[in-house]
Design a protein around this ligand. Sequence first.
Ligand code: URQ
Ligand code: ZN
Ligand code: ZN
Length: 595
Amino acid sequence: MNDAKVQIGVNKLGHHVQSSQNRLLIKGGKVVNDDGIQEADVYVEGGVIKQVGTGLLTPGGVRVIDAAGMLIMPGGIDPHTHMQMPFMGTHSADDFYTGTRAALAGGTTMIIDFVACPRGDSLMDWYNKYRTWADEKVCCDYGLHVIVPQWGDKTANEMATLVKEKGINSFKCFMAYRNVFLLEDDEMLNVFQACRKLGAVAQVHAENGKIIERKAEQLVADGIRGPEGHSYSRPEAMEIEATTRALAIADEANCPLYVVHVMSAEAGEAISKARRRGQVCYGEPIAAGLACDNSSYQHTCWRHAAGHVLSPPLRDPSTKERLWRMLATGELTCTGTDHCVFKADQKALGKDDFRRIPNGVNGVEDRMSVLWEKGVETGILDPCQFVAATSTNAAKVFNLYPQKGRIAVGSDADIVVWNAKETRTISAKTHHQNVDFNIFEGMVCHGIAEFVISGGRLVVDERQLKVTQGAGRFVPMPAFPPYVYNRLEKREAAKSAGTVAVARDAYDGPVIDLKAEQERQKAAAKEQPGAAGGGGGPEAAAENVFHRPPTRGGGRHMQESSFSLSGAQFDDTKPARSGIRTHQPPGGASSGSLW
Ligand code: URQ
Ligand code: ZN
Ligand code: ZN
């Protein structure tokens, strides 16, 4: 891990006191926003962008940054990181200091991490814990999403407090990791409904965790214990199924849904289809999924293969291309990293059993370069789309825009001066992430963060890191992001306009007496040959083949065969019926109970 110049506590001075050290004029570059590129200078003072244009008049004592031939872009926002997260018996190795320092080195000026509250614990306690951990360590601004591992009155109340008082506007549900995070469908519906009411964005880790668990058990029983088992146990179908289910549940709750780490192209397509149907939902591919594939799980070096273990796992090599296309067309919205690193000795917890390998890979430092190289250098994205995918869209979805995600007067001075002409080679030997492995090892990338400005402070100066521990701020994310909720509210109103009770005359005919009907059926069953105390013979034997109880209509259970060895049919002994009587007539059943 590279060393950096570290200052501690300078941020505790107010911005006004620091401003004399933080008057910056970025000159001679091209300003890139998601909606256009212009040749302009940018003047920064007191942590805020004060002027954008040419021929700017600026006060004396200004540090001039020469951006000739370079791009001036909004700093990256990584909406998906896990710093110092307690997980699988250990905790991720990058803490809020090393992780945000690495982020800045790569041109990312804000992270949104996850409060990882385990099942049974209080969301509020864990939120406070994360704030304490992060506030004293972060080198750049940060926000928090909150994981909801259970449902109940307390959860509902805590969610409300977090939104109304604590700057939280998004909650994540896990469909995997049983007994720790996994939520059942009805619990998820409750969380989504609560999000809708509070104006929050629901997020989901979409994998069918229970089926995966069974598959993993079987693989281990069959002797597959290496990291390849991680990939075999989590087939793409489990991600597609869970994504589709989550979308359906979110639609039912009229809740916006953000699907994190979309690793499967078909899962991405499910999101895209839902968007085309009008659903307010978003998909987030991550740098790993856009640049790596599942061949790494076949690597004969255990460390190498285990180093790529994350969930959902990397997919086949054709997936990357499809994810990229969906990002380019806007079918997928943001890019994150799911940065969650574990060193070799931590990954080794699973050396004899892949189920114990802590899940997670690096990316917070690498994302901007990897995406530039794989996305812009290949002609899939233009620089404006790059800005949208790495910064602006996340700012919009999580209600940080235009404070973040834009180079404009009044926006926070979170800026990267990007040198797209030069290349660097990614390596664990030179990166700043606190881990001895890099999934992008050896990748040569155009795009270097030549200068990075975070909250108006120059934190990367001609590629040299000069971070300040604790200088970053917690950025509250307000409820009801307009980018998300404006359309959702209209759509919800249009949807509910179609759900009206039909005016009709009340039914005043007879209603079946279910109790009497049951008694009658019981009596009839006793009369039948083969019933206890009734007749015997071959027909009775044939009847006994059908050992499942009859359906409520007295018919054969659909999972039973209608074939019997004697040639007798299930309903041979039943009187023929002239028609089918339905218990749920069109217009609804007359009783409140299902059966
Ligand atoms: O699932 C996640 O997001 C975390 C907890 C671990 N990282 C990973 O494997 N994707
Ligand atoms: Zn996840
Ligand atoms: Zn994650």
